[in-house]
Write a protein that binds this ligand. Structure first.
Ligand SMILES: C[S@@+](CC[C@H](N)C(=O)[O-])C[C@H]1O[C@@H](n2cnc3c(N)ncnc32)[C@H](O)[C@@H]1O
Length: 264
């Protein structure tokens, strides 16, 4: 199962061209319709409407009818109890009644096997063909346990959890080896990091990826040397997409979603 190779060469930058050209009369793509139906901010309606679903659809549409193995990290729904209290949520003490983005992926990939991972309690949530595990994306032991429990071999990984730079980099280093050759690893919201969650020595992940695009490798305080070498050897190319978040300037929402394609 190979993703369509639309563009080649590490360094290509796609800036959400479809979204920028779309006019109000154009129909929404099927993934954006599902995102809006289930209420995830990957679509164009819920919350700030990042519009990442257009980019996801553009990349993932060829896999729709395949038995895709997809992992998403970070599953929240803000209407659930505890979600709007940051200290509760970031301590892993909230419990969820829904997982809108998993419901979206399950509907989009009717033969897919979907895995979710979150710090908080999703034990009461049931989504067709989805298994949800609990853990901390900043903890290498939890990530190793996740790979062991699921068996890895993911066609697609979507990382949309704490957005803290060091967490993004630890998860990328730990989980990229679990992506199948030819698969893709996404990181959302590179443009927004909560200052209180940032590690003082962490390079912003957007900056790390821009350096990697220039062939400067993946060295970071939160990626071990062997992991950085492994990423440099196996990442074929990186695409960056802007968010369409309402109420922000174009400069603020630039390069918000990264897609890292693994060599086939
Ligand atoms: C932005 S929300 C996810 C939104 C969801 N993917 C969607 O599209 O509707 C962030 C989620 O990350 C989870 N989270 C925060 N810190 C985490 C951590 N250290 N490890 C794992 N999950 C974490 C939160 O519990 C929350 O569910």
């Amino acid at each position: 199962m190979r993703l369509k190779q639309r563009l080649s060469g590490l360094g290509h930058r796609a800036r959400h061209p479809a979204a920028l050209l779309r006019t109000l009369s154009d129909p929404l793509d099927p993934l954006t319709l599902l995102a809006n139906r289930f209420g995830t901010d990957k679509g164009s309606l819920a919350y700030s409407g990042h519009g990442y679903s257009e980019a996801y659809h553009e990349i993932l549409a060829p896999l729709r009818e395949q038995p895709v193995r997809l992992l998403e990290i970070g599953l929240l729904h803000r209407s659930d109890q505890g979600w709007l209290q940051d200290p509760v949520r970031y301590a892993g003490s909230a419990s969820a009644a829904r997982a809108p983005s998993l419901a979206m992926w399950s509907a989009y990939f009717p033969k897919g096997e979907i895995f979710g991972f979150d710090l908080n309690d999703f034990s009461g949530v049931r989504v067709e063909r989805c298994t949800i595990l609990r853990g901390d994306m900043g903890d290498r032991a939890d990530l190793a346990h996740l790979v062991q429990e699921t068996g890895g071999g993911f066609d697609v990984v979507v990382e949309d959890a704490s957005h803290a730079s060091h967490h993004q980099q630890i998860a990328l280093a730990a989980l990229f080896p679990a992506v199948k050759p030819g698969g893709v690893y996404f990181i959302e919201d590179l443009h927004f990091q909560r200052p209180e969650l940032e590690a003082p020595d962490a390079l912003k992940t957007a900056q790390l990826l821009r350096r990697a695009e220039q062939g400067l490798g993946f060295a970071s305080a939160h990626i071990e040397a062997a992991e950085a070498d492994c990423l440099a050897a196996h990442v074929e190319r990186i695409e960056l997409y802007d968010s369409l978040e309402r109420g922000t300037s174009r400069a603020q929402r630039r390069d918000a979603l990264a897609a890292l394609f693994k060599r086939g």
